[in-house]
Design a protein around this ligand. Structure first.
Ligand SMILES: C[S@@+](CC[C@H](N)C(=O)[O-])C[C@H]1O[C@@H](n2cnc3c(N)ncnc32)[C@H](O)[C@@H]1O
Length: 379
């Protein structure tokens, strides 16, 4: 797992791309190398063909024309042998980290179309309400991590709880997340502001967001100090030797958690879930995909919208947040969107007429659309 890079050795920076999007990153670019041992995300394609037929894996090229790197075949294999299925999609590394791309044209259909299925067994899941419950049932009663998770508030501490479960899963022999962890962003790749230094937070030029992030960092650090003190048993200690490791796990939980109402057996429950493969979908306010929980088979399905045309090579996306402004996107995921519709000042039809008539006094009329937008939209 690529998570032990000491934070103080890194240079973090905020940068905006030509589209006006703000993003925080420990390094301005990714390292395209296949070396998970050296804390570098494994992404390089090999020329082996995966031994399973359902994946329509693209023919791997030495230098991809689109500048994106196909995922390591192992990335598919570890999920496939445990019943994850994907149809007509491929995972590639690009400017926003891993993303999911169409490997063939998807013609518009009257009904939504299935592209991925991920079974419950591969997910890390914690219920939001007491009695708390998690899947898969990997934490034995009496294990001290059980007590640590149990000491939290299920409604507010979902991120701390998921972080504990994730760290615990990494430590379990033969647990799927031990393998999947190699494909998660490490501390210098993860854009979460939880990993930002004080200097970086000052650069935000948003005192509210900066102070929220400081509080969140403090909360995660204090939780680690309380539960990872020198007297804890080794089986707890080794899950997170330092607070940076724990804060990294919280940032993974925050930036990848999917909240869903799932029915498992007779229980319908709100759950916080880390869902492998689905968590590689990047965000768009005009997404072409959505998530669907399939009760019968207890699996998450990623569906392409009805009527949606997706061309080969196009990115598949979901909408992470409805009705939230860029500061919320920054807080949770470490990026903002220049086209966030919730950062637009809402003028009612009348208000806009009033604005136009006010401006006409100054001989200004017919302002381009962007002048009606809130100029503070980049967090
Ligand atoms: C759920 S993960 C998606 C997979 C991720 N790209 C990866 O490499 O593992 C969410 C993270 O992806 C990145 N991301 C997703 N959508 C993005 C977007 N529209 N613009 C910039 N970064 C984005 C951010 O770093 C965010 O914290």
């Amino acid at each position: 797992m690529a998570i032990s890079v000491p934070l103080h050795q890194l240079t973090y920076s905020f940068f905006s791309n030509p589209q006006g999007q703000w993003k925080w990153c420990a390094k301005p670019s990714y390292s395209f190398s296949n070396n998970s041992q050296n804390n570098i995300r494994a992404i390089k394609a090999s020329v082996e063909t995966p031994p399973f037929p359902l994946f329509q894996n693209p023919k791997l090229e030495e230098t991809p024309a689109d500048g994106l790197e196909p995922a390591d075949p192992d990335f598919y294999k570890i999920g496939y042998v445990r019943s994850m299925r994907a149809y007509g999609v491929e995972f590639k590394e690009g400017p926003d980290g891993f993303g999911v791309f169409a490997s063939k044209d998807i013609e518009p259909r009257r009904r939504a179309r299935l592209v991925m299925q991920i079974p419950l067994e591969l997910m890390l899941t914690i219920r939001q309400k007491l009695p708390w419950m998690f899947f898969p049932d990997i934490v034995p009663l009496g294990h001290p991590i059980f007590d640590i998770i149990n000491s939290t508030d299920p409604e507010t501490d979902w991120d701390l709880r998921l972080a504990c479960l994730l760290l615990y899963a990494f430590d379990q022999d033969d647990n799927f997340w031990q393998l999947y962890g190699d494909f998660l962003p490490n501390a210098d790749e993860c854009t979460s502001l939880l990993l930002a230094t004080e200097e970086d937070l000052m650069e935000l030029q948003d005192p509210n967001l900066a102070s929220t992030m400081r509080e969140q960092q403090k909360r995660a650090r204090e939780f680690w100090e309380k539960n990872w003190h020198s007297g804890v048993p080794l089986k707890i200690k080794r899950l997170a030797h330092d607070p940076e490791r724990f804060i990294w796990a919280v940032s993974i939980a925050q930036s990848r958690c999917i909240n869903m109402q799932v029915r498992i057996g007779a229980l319908v429950q709100d759950a916080n879930m880390l869902i492998p493969y689905a968590d590689m979908l990047n965000h768009s306010f005009q997404p072409n995909c959505f998530f669907h929980w399939r009760f019968k088979d207890r699996m998450l399905e990623v569906m392409v919208n009805a009527g949606q045309h997706v061309r080969r090579g196009e990115e598949m996306t979901v909408n992470y947040m409805h009705g939230q402004m860029n500061d919320m996107l920054m807080q949770r995921y470490g990026f903002s969107s220049p086209v966030n519709p919730w950062n637009v000042i809402q003028f009612s039809g009348d208000a806009r007429i009033h604005l136009d008539s006010f401006l006409s006094v100054f001989n200004i009329s017919g302002l381009p659309e962007e002048y009606y937008h809130n100029s503070t939209c980049s967090a």
